[in-house]
Design a protein around this ligand. Sequence first.
Ligand code: COA
Length: 322
Amino acid sequence: MAAAIVGTGSYLPQRAVSNRELEKIMDTTDEWIKSRTGIEQRHIAVEETTDSMSVEAAKRAMENAGATAEEIGLIIVGTVSGDMCFPSTACRVQSAIGAKKAVAFDINAACSGFLFGLILADNYIKAGQADTALVVGAETLSKMMDWDDRGTCVLFGDGAGAAVIKRKPEGILSYVQGSDGSRGDALFCQNRPVKNPFVDNKAAFSLDYAHMNGQEVFKFAVRTVPEAINEALGQAGMLPEQVKYFVLHQANIRIIEAIAKKLGQPIKKFPTNLQKCGNISAGSVPILLDEMNRKGELQKGDKIVLAGFGAGLTWGAAALVW
Ligand code: COA
């Protein structure tokens, strides 16, 4: 018995912002962004929130799967940009869709959030603790960017993707996960400082924004992700040649090209949407998966690899049969 993805959904904010538009508000160029990252535009939340996008993506995934709210026993949202510190985005999704029987919680694994959620759902299902799970990756990263930091803010976008996971004879075959907290400084955003009547902290409270050492993150991804993918493939008894698609976290086209080269696989097996979406952290993989699913690019029996990587540092790869 295994757990399989049986439906997908996604939501992107209405407002698309091109590189040319960014040229007007900061010292950057379309050429710099495109040549360094492949990104041409991103969607930015104006009316939307992490909650609203998660709920919409979840509803679309349930409709695609033919799943009812009553049958969902587990809701996991991977996010670092929830609307509330608490309750969790997952509890808000539960309430909005009326999944009364579900246990719901968020996980913070940054850009690996959807992969980690999927792996957790796989374990719940295999352990008999749930039959049907909803896994969402959702981010409103635009609110966490320092829009004066051109080296970081141009890379990210907002959106949400979701998948319904069910107990099935075949599905997720293997996975690999890893974390290296000692390298957390490469990509971080601080939460509230400790401030209470018992602390001598006169500093005015201000919210932090995302900080990134781009080159460190780049090196980490290119080294770690192919290793994780090869390990997951080895565990599944699968060769890279047998994989139809490698659906990777959409951080940067140069990272994806370098990973394809290391795996010795043609770039056409690595679908991308980063050109129009940018990096949506936990949302990247499920949004791309949903696009592919709705275009009919995923056929029953196809062998697929999913991989995520990002802040933590964290990484994960899963081999599955569609
Ligand atoms: N527009 C124009 N110039 C920019 C710029 C922008 N948006 N951002 C940075 N620059 C400038 C820098 O100021 C620097 O100028 P200088 O040489 O005069 O000092 C120059 O471009 C090179 O900067 P650098 O940071 O060395 O560029 P890079 O080649 O490393 O590319 C990244 C930067 C961020 C594109 C690259 O490191 C990268 O893709 N890293 C991975 C990031 C990532 O994917 N993070 C998320 C993972 S989940």
